[in-house]
Design a protein around this ligand. Structure first.
Ligand code: SF4
Ligand code: SF4
Length: 330
């Protein structure tokens, strides 16, 4: 049990799927030395199979009695997808092709099903779900490791792998229901998002949050009542953990995408009171609290439209980038 817990909130109503966060993370941490296939930060389309493919059905986590569940290790080719290059030499050289295509035959990869979503036109729908390790309070990866190689830092609850202890058994990968810990074949060790702890220690937010174009990411300590993270999670209760039923008590929270335009009828007119993204789907992802969170978000939005004050809307609009992060005051 750590003394304090750092957390991130992501407002899914504002994510534009630009992948700037993904690139910020990848260029800093995972573009070399056996990490090429890893995405410590990925942004996937939901509904969708995600990355790795079908991670939500890959087991791990805990049942309602607190027992660790069996899980699978995703397949490198079928589920993660082998990174590929393109036939630039062939295309721009002397060859007789004018088609740009991968230089191998991939069957899956990050964003393979990007923007596919679900539903029928004109009421089809999708949204972007950025994912990092949740730095869980009850991590499945930690519980599954027979070497005690995974630990939570006392000062901020960041979950790390002790690479000196890790023997590359990969039980952690099966145990994590979010499949956010990866095997490095070059080092024969498990590796994962480190919440950019070297930046945290200098009072800076993780690179993914700092670079986020949509200003969707808030970072702070869950017990810091002045932080916007505290207000979104505890005061207004509009930020919810992903798949709380997995039992790992995640510390990344999401403001659910409930502010999408309504469905439209055959004449193109909006259908009053309809939900474009079905609430059953959002409840599956974010638990039963999603209904109350949606009510609060819509009520506060209406207040703001009437010209009234709304601290919640002011936070979510994110006027001042630096107010989204509260690290060095602690
Ligand atoms: Fe471990 Fe997975 Fe939780 Fe991260 S998300 S702390 S890897 S169980
Ligand atoms: Fe979404 Fe921000 Fe990442 Fe862009 S940088 S994909 S807006 S989380």
């Amino acid at each position: 049990m750590s003394k304090r817990q750092l957390a991130m909130v992501m407002d899914l109503n504002k994510c534009i799927g630009c992948q700037t966060c993904t690139v910020a993370c990848k260029t800093q941490w995972t573009n070399r030395n056996g990490r090429e296939y890893m995405y410590w930060n990925n942004v996937e389309t939901q509904p969708g199979a995600g990355y790795p493919r079908n991670w939500m059905e890959a087991g791990g986590g805990f049942d309602e009695n607190g027992n660790l569940q069996d899980g699978i290790i995703p397949d490198m080719v079928l589920d993660y997808g082998v990174p590929w290059d393109y036939n630039h030499d062939e295309l721009f050289g002397n060859a007789d092709t004018d088609i740009l295509q991968p230089d191998s035959d991939p069957v899956w990869g990050p964003n393979w099903d990007e923007d596919v979503g679900a539903g029928d036109w004109p009421n089809s729908y999708y949204f972007y779900l950025p994912r990092i390790c949740n730095h869980c309070s009850n991590p499945g990866c930690l519980a599954a490791c027979p070497r005690d190689a995974i630990f939570k830092r006392e000062q901020d609850g960041i979950v790390l792998v002790d690479l000196d202890r890790c023997q590359g058994y990969r039980y952690c990968i099966a145990g994590c229901p979010y499949k956010k810990i990866y095997f490095n074949p070059k080092l024969s060790k498990s590796e994962k998002c480190i919440f950019c702890f070297p930046r945290i220690e200098r009072g800076l937010p993780p690179a993914c949050a700092h670079q986020c174009v949509g200003r969707i990411r808030f970072v702070g300590f869950l017990d810091d009542e002045e932080s916007q993270v505290y207000k979104l999670v505890h005061k207004y209760k509009v930020a919810l953990p992903l798949r709380p039923d997995f039992g790992t008590q995640p510390n990344v929270y999401y403001v659910p995408p409930v502010l999408a335009p309504p469905q439209i009828d055959e004449s193109g007119a909006p259908i009053e009171g309809s939900e474009r993204i079905p609430m059953e789907f959002l409840e599956k992802l974010f638990g039963p609290g999603v209904h109350e969170a949606a009510k609060t978000l819509k009520a506060e939005m209406e207040k703001r439209k009437r010209g009234e004050e709304s601290e919640l809307m002011d936070i979510l609009i994110a006027y001042n980038h630096k107010d989204m992060f509260r690290l060095d005051e602690n």
